[in-house]
Design a protein. Structure first.
Lengths: 644, 239
C-alpha cells in the first residue's frame, strides 16, 4: 500500500490538506515513518505550530515540568547546558528538522536540564502532554522512540544497511549469525578404523564434502574432506583399504555454537581451512563448511586469502586487489560493520604483504639474517581502508653498531624491492619516505629504541608527527618478539614523561571536528574541495589521536583505536558510557567513509576522503553530526585533562 | 450590463433558500470583535479563497481554506476547508487551483458552506494575503447567499510584511516572494488551505517581529498598517 492510499485508509472521510502536508513532511523522518498513518494523522491534528525567531528561547529548566514536546519543522534549535566551570552555557545538542526535544524530560515528567534556543528562524510543532500520552499509548514505534531516544537511531542505520543488503541478494544473512544456526545439524561422522573405501562411500551416500571422525564421547578427533581425497589420489598413495586414521587431518579446528559467522570466516582464513567443527560441551554438534558460510553471500573471503598466500608472482597479487575491493563491496552490502571490514581488509593486506615478502626473498635471494617487517600508522592500528599507502620498517637483532650497519646493508636492497612490489599491489609509496628501504627505518632493536627515545625526549613538531605514525606499530612478518619488546619499552618511556604526554595531547587537538555553532557542518568554502569535509582528517583523526595519547599514557599496548577505547573504558580512564559513545561515533564515521569509497570506486573516480554532507540522507546527516560532536567532546575532555 | 446583473442578484436574494435552522444559525453569529486585545491573545482566522477569477463583481468563490492562530500558534486542529457547489466553465483559474468541475459539483451548497465558515470564523480578526480581494469576494458571497453583512476586520499580510520588514527591499511582494524570503516550504501551492497555512506561517513571523518592535495590541498593528499604507500611497503619488 502506498502512502497515498494509506491516507484514504486513515479512517476519516477526509484528512485535511494541511494535516496531510505535515504528515508528508514528518514521514521523511524516524520514528514518524514507522508509525501507523492513522496514529500519525491523529498526532498531527493535535499539534500547534509555533514560530521562534533566531535567539528566542523555546523552553528551559525554569519552565518547570515539561508539558510539551517540540518537533522542529524548519530551522535549527540548540540545546545548551551550563559548562562544568559554571560560567556559561555550552551547546550539547543541535536539533534539526524532523527531530524532537525534550523527549526524555517529557517521559520522566520533570523539567528539562537544557536550555533550548532557536539558532535561526524556526518553526516547531508543539505536542502537548495529553496528545503525547495518547500517541505514546497508541503507537509502538513512537513509544520505542520516546523510551530509547536518539541512540536507537544509530541502530536503525545499521539495520537499514543490512535490510538493503538482504534485499539485493535475497538472503537473510549477517556476519553476526551464530554457528548453531548456520552449521549443518546432523554432521556425518565415523569411528576410528574405518577404511578409505567405506569413508568415501559414506560421503557419497550423504552428499557431503567432509567426514568427521569422533571418539566414544562424540568428540571430533579428525576430519577428512574431498580436498584430502584429491590429495590422496594425486599422490597415488591411496590404497582403498587404508584406514582413514592415517589420511585424515587430526585434531580438527573447532568453535563453540555461540561463535559467529564472522569468527568462522576469520578462523578459516587464518588457518587456511575450509571446514570447522562446531563443538558444544565436548561433543560434535555440527560442521560448517566454507560453502555454508559464503554460498549465500557470494563472498569468498577464504578463497581470496588462500589465493593471495599462494600467488605465484606479483602480477597475480596485483589482479587480486581488484577482487579485494569487490569483496569489501559485498560485505559492506551485507551489513558487516566497519570494524569487521577494516579487520578483513587488514587481514587480506597482511596476507598480501607476507606473500610479497616471500616472493621477493625467492626472487632476490635470502639475506641470511632474520628480520621483522614492521607496519605503522593505520596499518599498525589494523584500520586500513581501501585507500592506503605504505608505512613500514624493518627490525632486526644486532650485537653492536657495526654489526647493525652490516646487516642493514644486506637488508636494504631487499627492502627496496619489497617496497616497489607493494607499490605495484596498490600500497602506494609513502610520500614521507616512511618505508623499510629508508636506511633510517631499517634498524636494529637498540637503534629503534634510541630513535623512539629521541622522539619522546625532544617533542618538536616533526617528532610529534613521527610519534603519531611510529607509535602505532606491529609486526606483520618474521619473528614478533623484538617488536613486542620494543613496544613495551615505548610504553614505559611515555608513562614516565608527562611533558611528552602534554605535547602529544596538544597535538591531538590540531584538527577540530567540522561542526559549527550555528551551521550543521563546516565545509570548505573554495577550490576543488568546495562544500566538502574530510572524513579522515576532520572526523577520524580526532578520535585516533585523542585515544592514542590516552592509551600510551596508561600503558595500553593495543594499537587499534576501538580496542584502545574498550580498554580505556574497562580500566576507568574514560567513563564506560563515554567510551561506548566514542566507539559508536568512530564506527559511524568509518562506515560513512567506506561507503563513500565504494561509491567512488563504482563511479570510476579516484578515492578521496572528502564528502559533501548534502549527499547524505537526513538520518545519516544527523548521526554524522552527532558523531562529530562526540569527537569534539573527546577533544574537550583532553583539553581539561592536560590543561590545554 | 452591471446594472442588470446587480438587479438580477437582488431579485435572487429575495429568494434566499435558507431553511429555519440555517436562519437561526445566522442569527446566532457573534458581533465583530473589538481590536484592543493583545496580539497573542487575539484569535485570528487566516483565510485564502480560490475564485473563478480576479473580477470582483463577476467572479465567484469556489473554495475556502482557513487556519486559526490562537494563543500565538497555528492550531492544527482548527482548520477549515471547503469546496463550494458551483457550476462553472473550465477556465484558467480552475486550472491553476486544480479543482475539477466534477469536484465543484460535489461541493457543499454555497449557503451552507459560507454559514459554516462564518461559524468557524466567529468573532476573529481575519488575515489574508492581499486581504482587500478576499474581503470583498467574501462579503459579496455572504451578501448574495446569506444576506449577511461581513463586518469582521481584516488585516493584509501583504502590507504587514513590508511594513515590519523594511530591510526587505520590495514594494509589495507576492505570496511566493515572501514564502521564498522566509524559507517557507509548502507542498501544495494554489490550494486554498495550503496557501492559508503559508500565509499563517508568515503571520507568525510578522507577529514575532511586531512584538519585538513593541507593538503589543491588534489595534496598534492595524493603526500602523493604515499609516504605512497612507504614507506609501503619498510617496507613490508624489513620484
Amino acid at each position: 500500500m502506498s502512502k497515498n492510499d494509506g491516507f484514504a485508509a486513515v479512517g476519516k472521510t477526509a484528512v485535511m490538506q494541511n494535516i496531510q502536508g505535515t504528515m508528508h513532511f514528518l514521514l521523511r523522518y524516524a520514528p514518524f515513518n514507522q508509525m501507523e498513518l492513522s496514529h500519525l494523522a491523529q498526532m498531527v491534528e493535535q499539534c500547534r505550530l509555533r514560530f521562534y525567531a533566531a535567539g528566542d528561547p523555546i523552553v528551559g529548566p525554569g519552565d518547570g515540568t515539561i508539558e510539551d514536546v517540540y518537533i522542529v519543522k524548519q530551522g535549527l534549535v540548540l540545546g545548551q547546558r551550563p559548562t562544568q566551570s559554571g560560567d556559561g552555557l555550552e551547546t550539547t545538542q543541535e536539533i534539526a528538522p524532523g527531530e524532537c526535544f525534550p523527549v526524555a524530560a517529557m517521559v520522566s515528567e520533570r523539567a528539562t536540564r537544557s536550555h533550548y534556543i532557536a539558532a535561526e528562524d524556526t518553526f516547531c510543532l508543539q505536542l502537548g502532554r495529553a496528545a503525547f500520552v495518547r500517541t505514546y499509548n497508541q503507537s509502538e514505534a513512537f513509544r520505542d522512540f520516546a523510551l530509547r531516544g536518539v541512540s536507537s537511531l544509530v541502530g536503525q542505520v545499521h539495520q537499514q544497511v543490512q535490510l538493503q543488503a538482504a534485499e539485493t541478494l535475497g538472503a537473510q544473512y549477517s556476519l553476526e549469525t551464530r554457528l548453531n544456526i548456520l552449521a549443518s545439524a546432523n554432521p556425518v561422522t565415523c569411528r576410528s578404523g574405518i577404511s578409505l573405501r567405506a569413508a568415501v562411500k559414506l560421503m557419497h551416500e550423504h552428499h557431503v564434502g567432509s567426514l568427521v571422525m569422533v571418539d566414544d564421547s562424540d568428540y571430533p578427533i579428525g576430519i577428512f574432506t574431498l580436498r584430502d581425497l584429491r590429495r590422496v589420489i594425486a599422490d597415488g598413495s591411496g590404497d582403498l583399504q587404508q584406514p582413514l586414521d592415517e589420511l585424515m587431518t587430526p585434531d580438527p579446528i573447532h568453535l563453540p555454537p555461540t561463535a559467529t559467522a564472522f569468527d568462522a570466516a576469520l578462523t578459516m582464513t587464518r588457518k587456511q581451512i575450509a571446514h570447522i567443527c562446531v563443538v558444544e560441551m565436548g561433543r560434535l554438534v555440527g560442521v560448517l563448511s566454507e560453502r555454508d558460510l559464503f554460498s549465500l553471500q557470494r563472498v569468498d573471503l577464504v578463497h581470496l586469502a588462500r589465493t593471495i598466500s599462494a600467488a605465484p608472482h606479483i602480477d597475480s597479487l596485483v589482479e587480486l586487489r581488484e577482487e579485494i575491493a569487490h569483496l569489501i563491496d559485498n560485505m559492506l552490502a551485507h551489513g558487516a560493520n566497519p570494524e569487521q571490514l577494516t579487520h578483513i581488509i587488514t587481514q587480506l593486506n597482511d596476507h598480501t604483504v607476507a606473500r610479497v615478502i616471500e616472493l621477493m626473498i625467492e626472487e632476490h635471494g635470502d639475506p641470511g639474517v632474520p628480520f621483522t617487517w614492521l607496519v605503522f600508522g593505520s596499518e599498525g592500528r589494523r584500520e586500513q581502508a581501501l585507500l592506503t599507502d605504505q608505512d613500514n620498517g624493518m627490525l632486526f637483532e644486532a650485537g653492536s653498531p657495526e654489526e647493525a650497519e652490516q646487516i642493514r646493508q644486506r637488508l636494504l636492497p631487499l627492502a627496496r624491492r619489497i617496497n616497489e612490489a607493494l607499490d605495484r599491489c596498490g600500497f602506494t609509496l609513502c610520500n614521507g619516505n616512511i618505508m623499510a628501504s629508508n636506511p633510517e627505518l631499517c634498524l636494529s632493536r637498540q637503534e629503534w629504541l634510541r630513535r623512539f627515545m629521541g622522539i619522546i625526549q625532544n617533542p618538536t613538531r616533526d617528532n610529534l608527527m613521527h610519534s603519531s605514525i611510529f607509535f602505532d606499530l606491529r609486526s606483520v612478518w618474521g619473528p614478533s618478539e623484538g617488536c613486542r619488546q620494543l613496544s613495551e619499552a615505548l610504553l614505559q618511556m611515555i608513562e614516565g614523561n608527562s611533558l611528552f604526554q602534554h605535547m602529544m595531547a596538544a597535538n591531538a587537538l590540531r584538527h577540530p571536528p567540522p561542526i559549527g555553532r550555528f551551521r550543521d557542518f563546516i565545509v570548505a568554502r573554495l577550490g576543488a574541495d568546495k562544500d566538502t569535509l574530510d572524513l579522515k582528517v576532520e572526523g577520524l583523526m580526532p578520535f585516533v589521536e585523542g585515544v592514542r595519547i590516552l592509551a600510551l599514557a596508561h600503558g595500553i599496548s593495543e594499537c587499534n583505536t576501538l580496542e584502545r577505547l574498550r580498554q580505556l573504558g574497562a580500566r576507568g580512564v574514560l567513563k564506560p558510557q563515554a567510551a561506548a559513545a566514542y566507539e559508536e561515533a568512530y564506527d559511524f564515521i568509518q562506515m560513512t567513509r567506506m561507503q563513500l569509497h565504494q561509491r567512488q570506486k563504482r563511479a570510476g573516480q579516484p578515492l578521496s576522503n572528502r564528502l559533501d554532507p548534502d549527499t547524505l540522507n537526513q538520518l545519516d546527516r544527523r548521526i554524522l553530526r552527532e558523531s562529530f560532536r562526540q569527537a569534539q567532546r573527546l577533544q574537550t575532555s583532553l583539553g581539561v585533562r592536560y590543561q590545554l | 450590463m452591471n446594472l442588470i446583473r446587480a438587479l438580477f442578484a437582488r431579485l435572487q436574494r429575495r429568494h434566499l433558500a435558507l431553511d429555519e435552522a440555517q436562519r437561526q444559525r445566522l442569527k446566532a453569529l457573534p458581533p465583530p470583535p473589538c481590536l484592543d486585545a493583545l496580539l497573542h491573545q487575539q484569535r485570528f482566522v487566516v483565510l485564502d479563497l480560490e475564485t473563478t477569477g480576479l473580477n470582483l463583481n463577476r467572479d465567484i468563490v469556489i473554495s475556502i481554506g482557513a487556519v486559526t492562530i490562537e494563543d500565538g500558534a497555528i492550531d492544527m486542529a482548527q482548520q477549515f476547508e471547503c469546496t463550494l457547489r458551483r457550476q462553472v466553465k473550465v477556465n484558467e483559474a480552475v486550472l491553476i487551483h486544480g479543482i475539477a468541475p466534477s469536484e465543484l459539483a460535489a461541493g457543499q451548497p454555497p449557503a451552507e458552506a459560507l454559514l459554516s465558515f462564518m461559524e468557524f470564523a466567529a468573532d476573529s480578526v481575519m488575515l489574508a494575503f492581499h486581504a482587500p480581494f478576499d474581503q470583498r469576494m467574501l462579503a459579496r458571497a455572504l451578501k448574495n447567499e446569506l444576506g449577511y453583512n461581513l463586518e469582521n476586520p481584516f488585516l493584509d499580510v501583504a502590507d504587514l510584511a513590508p511594513m515590519l520588514f523594511p530591510e526587505v527591499l520590495t514594494r509589495r511582494g507576492s505570496l511566493d516572494y515572501w514564502m521564498n524570503y522566509f524559507g517557507i516550504d509548502i507542498a501544495q501551492r494554489h490550494h486554498a488551505s495550503a496557501d492559508a497555512l503559508a500565509t499563517a506561517e508568515i503571520a507568525l513571523i510578522l507577529f514575532n517581529r511586531a512584538q519585538r518592535m513593541g507593538i503589543e495590541r491588534v489595534e496598534e498593528l492595524a493603526q500602523r498598517a493604515r499609516y504605512w499604507q497612507r504614507a506609501r500611497q503619498a510617496a507613490l503619488g508624489s513620484i
